[in-house]
Design a protein around this ligand. Structure first.
Ligand code: 5AD
Length: 346
């Protein structure tokens, strides 16, 4: 293994403080600029269904949380959200749901086809573990990308957090997506109960090993109506590590798209995502879910923007990007890793 990308180095970097911390952030920012440029691509998320069959111990929309009002947007509603995005600064629509989407595979497939036919948007789906055939079918419908976090690289911790599911199954899904030439995104939560700094380093190394096109990471935030609701983030009291993780992730994955994820703003209201963008991230994902549904898609408490309209969320994102002296990326912002993957309808 390349000496520069060892676990030891990752751990050392995750522990730096003082002037070394400043130089870690500077290095991450310069690796980002050199490989990804100064543009920040905006991808609009539409949380189209909060139905879920799973019971992940940390997640607010887990099946057993009877306090959640369940919804699924109709195909026309999703298409309306897509039409509203088309021609704006958002050139990718991210269709996200719980792991048992309220829409049937064919219904979502038709939505993907129509978005691809009727707009120039790139389409990302994020709807959990699915059979290879489903991924292949959605790919044939025009799906460009898929997001599926592995959450933790530690198999025993994965088992504990995800009843009835294994890390091996999750990874198999990621390999299926890659074999279908879908631009593949994954990632993990930072500080979930049971995590150690060694595991955090391994999470970063696993992202590198998977050679991901996109990597989303964000702080774990306890949700009161989950089994882990009383357990704090393991880095409670030292939230700087969330940003260190982004910086080390960037250094270890120079040419992956890395979003400044919403959870950073839940921990550092109004500035978390800006800081992430200055410490390695290059993507911003404003919420495009119709306001009526937003309060029902709370994976964790304190999620910002639940009262905003899609327009307001987009405008706020643009202002933030410009306030950092960066420009909004034009075009779909496909992966820069593989010429083949980038050729998908640009
Ligand atoms: N805190 C932070 N992130 C969470 N997610 C789910 N629940 C929480 C939580 N309590 C993240 C998971 C999932 C993504 C969509 O949201 O990493 O993959």
């Amino acid at each position: 293994m390349n000496i520069e990308y060892t676990k030891e180095r990752a751990i050392r970097l995750l522990r730096v403080e003082g002037v070394d911390l400043e130089s870690l952030y500077r290095e991450a920012d310069s690796v980002r600029r050199k490989n990804m440029g100064d543009d920040v691509f905006i991808r609009g998320i539409v949380e189209f269904s909060n139905m879920c069959a799973n019971n992940c111990l940390y997640c607010g929309i887990r099946a057993s949380n009877k306090n959640v009002k369940r919804y699924t947007m109709g195909a026309d509603e999703i298409l309306d959200a897509a039409y509203a995005m088309a021609g704006s600064l958002q050139s990718t629509i991210v269709l996200q749901s719980g792991e048992t989407p309220g829409l049937k595979d064919e219904e979502l497939g038709e939505v993907i086809k129509r978005i691809k036919r009727e707009t120039t948007l790139a389409v990302t789906v994020s709807a959990g573990n699915r059979p290879y055939e489903t991924y292949r079918y959605w790919r044939e419908c025009g799906m460009d990308r898929y997001l599926l976090r592995f959450e933790t690289s530690d198999p025993a911790l994965y088992d504990k957090l995800h009843p009835g599911s294994t890390l091996a199954e999750r990874l198999k899904c990621l390999y299926s997506l890659q074999s279908l030439n879908v631009q593949t995104g994954s990632g993990f939560m930072i500080g979930v109960p049971g995590e150690t700094i060694e595991m955090l380093a391994d999470n970063i190394l696993l992202c590198r090993k998977l050679d991901l096109d996109m990597i989303g990471i964000g702080p774990y935030i306890p949700h009161p109506r989950t089994p882990l609701g009383n357990e704090k983030n393991v880095y409670n009291g030292n939230p700087e590590i969330f940003f260190k993780a982004v910086a080390v992730l960037r250094i270890f994955n120079p040419d992956a798209h890395i979003p400044a994820t919403t959870a950073f703003d839940a921990v550092f209201p109004g500035e978390g995502r800006n800081l992430a963008l200055q410490r390695g991230a290059n993507i911003f994902m404003p919420n495009n879910t119709p306001v009526a549904y937003r309060k029902d898609y709370l994976l964790y408490p304190g999620k910002p923007g639940v009262d905003e309209s899609p327009d307001q969320s987009l405008n706020a994102a643009v202002l933030r990007i410009e306030s950092l002296g960066r420009a909004v990326g034009k075009g779909p912002g496909h992966s820069i890793k593989s010429a083949d993957k980038c050729r998908i309808r640009s």
